[in-house]
Design a protein around this ligand. Sequence first.
Ligand code: NI
Length: 174
Amino acid sequence: MPVRPIVRLGHPALRAPALPITPARLAEPFVQELIEDMIETMREASGIGLAAPQLGVGMQIFVYRRPTSMREPGAVVLVDPCVILLPGEPIYDWEGCLSIPGLLGLVPRSPRVRVKGSDRQGRPLDYVVAGPEARVVQHEFDHLRGRVFLDRMDDLNTLRFESDGPPARGLSHS
Ligand code: NI
């Protein structure tokens, strides 16, 4: 399970919509190895989420760790996901991105989302998440649409460097 290089802002893969995966393609070793490498790369980088375009691969796959179980092995794997925003006032919190190293910004996100897609075996998934897990899911889903957290900020004045110290609230890198 080798760690792969994470591409940074400026790489075209981060700005291109990722493509869906057929069930036959999902079963191929190439794709299963990619998923293993995504999990390993995320953990090595101390991230809580990683999307395939961040490894330069334009496939609709992302992985993440549930914020409540960061120490557990493995990760949630979502293939061809769809994220539906549920009603509720947006919540602002700090986000970082492994593809935009060093920068943090305050990003509004929906408090609850419904996630539909499949797992790495192609079995259907359909569940609702809230809070920090809803945030990481929205962040990763954006990567599959060629968007980064900067595009979601409504006040770029909140951008800051991580090396200048922790912001007042929690943060996540994905
Ligand atoms: Ni990110």
